[in-house]
Design a protein around this ligand. Structure first.
Ligand code: SF4
Length: 193
């Protein structure tokens, strides 16, 4: 199966319809040449409306952190955008519900099979980090991000760039001073490979 057939299969997924109050709309993009993989949480309400991944304030902040332009981020030949849950899970008290737990186990292995073996994966937020760095589950997210060098060159853990991350950045100035320059260098390295 090629990646376009897989994308069509994902678009037709109805595995957790009963748990999606706003309906099914899987949002993910990938291709066999995308060496940068960004694994986020799940689409929010705006992304659910537009169908465009990271088309919101969190996306603006992530572009600022990574140095990626919108053109670069949405070039599926270079960048794969694959959240832990492909459909908007709806609201909970204090934010959105977590990504549906069925989604990543069902789809990620097949999507990752399509991608080049040599790639850099940004693990954006704790859901992606718990799934892909299971040995670090007991670490607070801040400590995991601070230890980012331990996970290179394959993985790069980041906070989720939601509005709360602005406060978190003020409390953790090392992130902007020490982590973001390396993040941008690693992205440049993998995109120029
Ligand atoms: S969240 Fe994932 S598993 Fe659930 S319907 Fe959407 S694509 Fe399918």
């Amino acid at each position: 199966m090629n990646h376009e057939e897989l994308a069509r299969e994902i678009a037709g997924c109805r595995a957790c319809t009963a748990h999606l109050p706003h309906g099914v709309r899987p949002v993910a993009s990938f291709s066999p040449t995308a060496r940068l993989l960004i694994i986020g949480q799940a689409p929010g309400s705006k992304v659910h409306e537009t169908g465009i991944p990271w088309d919101d304030k969190s996306g603006d902040r992530l572009r600022d952190w990574t140095g990626l332009s919108k053109v670069q981020m949405y070039d599926a030949a270079c960048v794969a955008l694959v959240p832990m849950g492909f459909c908007y899970p709806g609201k909970a008290s204090g934010g959105d519900k977590p990504p549906r737990p069925e989604c990543a186990p069902q789809w990620h292995p097949r999507v990752l099979d399509v991608l080049p073996d040599e790639r850099l994966t940004l693990l954006v937020g704790t859901y992606a980090q718990a799934h892909y760095l299971p040995g670090t589950r007991k670490m607070p997210m801040t400590e995991r991000v601070r230890a980012f060098r331990e996970f290179l060159p394959r993985f790069f853990p980041l906070p989720h760039p939601a509005w709360r991350s602005a406060i978190w950045m003020k409390q953790n100035p090392w992130f902007e001073a020490e982590v973001l320059p390396v993040l941008r260098d690693e992205i440049t390295r993998i995109l120029e490979t």
